[in-house]
Write a protein that binds this ligand. Sequence first.
Ligand SMILES: NC(=O)c1ccc[n+]([C@@H]2O[C@H](COP(=O)([O-])OP(=O)(O)OC[C@H]3O[C@@H](n4cnc5c(N)ncnc54)[C@H](O)[C@@H]3O)[C@@H](O)[C@H]2O)c1
Length: 415
Amino acid sequence: MNPYRIIIVGAGNRGYEVYGRYILKNPSVMKAVAVAEPIDERRERLAREHRILKELCFKSWEEVFEREKFADGVIIATMDRMHVEPAVKALEKGYHVLLEKPIAVDIDGLRKLFHSAKEAKSSVTVAHVLRYTPFFRKIKESLHHIGKIVGINLVENVGYFHFAHSFVRGNWRNSETSAPSILAKSCHDMDILYWLVESNAKTISSFGSLVHFKSENSPKNSPERCIYGCPVEDDCPYDAKKIYLTDYTGWPVSVISLDMSLPSRIKALQDGPYGRCVYKCDNNVADHQIVNILFENGVFASFTMTAFTSRITRIIYIYGTHGEIFGDLEKGLIKIFKFGGEEITMNVKASGGHSGGDEGVMKEFLKVLNGEKKEPLTSIEASVESHIMALAAEESRKNGGKPIELRTLRSQVLN
Ligand SMILES: NC(=O)c1ccc[n+]([C@@H]2O[C@H](COP(=O)([O-])OP(=O)(O)OC[C@H]3O[C@@H](n4cnc5c(N)ncnc54)[C@H](O)[C@@H]3O)[C@@H](O)[C@H]2O)c1
């Protein structure tokens, strides 16, 4: 059988490093036949590695959809605010779509996507990678051990250097150019809560703010860029030199420059966004946020997203009428305590990006392409709910924790 023909839209970190590499590793099932990317070096690098014909290398997504359908699927891995339009066009042309999250950044975008997916003959697989991790799958399968769920506490430990990289210096630092952190980062967590609880959220309230990464916390006499010698560099965990100039060149270091040589990385810190002092950036997204959720089926959940953790992980406690579950994603550790009964410990540590979730979402996309599944686990319909939850949390946060009823927001999207 011939491999499915895939168009990659956006050859950045996700398009090139995650999906592109998966395709290269699995040539019998997928082949990248076209790329759309405005940055020449990125487009040419992807085209070279995938041997894409020159006439199928485009500078922007619009050019792809001006043509008659010429492939089976499209991977949309552009930035947050460039998801709705290409996805709607791809569906109109009849392509199956793998769409990065957040699928949209506002209610209007969600409505457009929801209706265009409903009318389309092809489908959208949203990259809610957590649902595809062995860790969360195992937790979902284990719920029967603990009776009826009463409550969940979920904590997203973003990790201090990850937060500084992505949400202070990088792409997701400003809600005007990307999205609020609760949407950009934590729509995954809203999705996991919705999936585990199996009910729509009824009411949400949230507090949070940009606590730390702002000018009033900048050390005395600190320069604009870490590379220019900072009086507190020995003690500053956010020092760009400590993050980007070691022997390690994987993510997030790989994002700062195409060339990983030391001189190129130093130049990137001199000229680019990643060399800036974390207290002197144009960032505005919250670095610590808590969300309380009451679901329609009576389950209570609380969620914390925080920059201020050493590890990058998710910690979950699920409280049931007959037992409880504890989990730590990064360790792959799950413990089930059946009240008055046995204690079960499981290790489901998985390799690969997002604890196995990146590979998982590509396998799901393949099932849609080969017809094994008509609708993926993470369809637009499923994803819309997590986005409504995140938008409600942001609205509440901006209004001093005011409770937001989701029914109205939902009806604006679905009707
Ligand atoms: N599913 C996940 O767990 C996960 C993880 C990280 C990022 N993401 C999401 O993936 C998306 C991409 O993130 P990234 O880190 O790869 O960003 P990136 O900036 O590295 O890549 C985006 C690429 O899109 C390109 N682009 C810009 N305009 C374009 C156009 N008109 N046509 C085609 N391409 C265009 C950019 O030049 C860039 O190379 C974001 O929305 C992000 O939130 C999802």
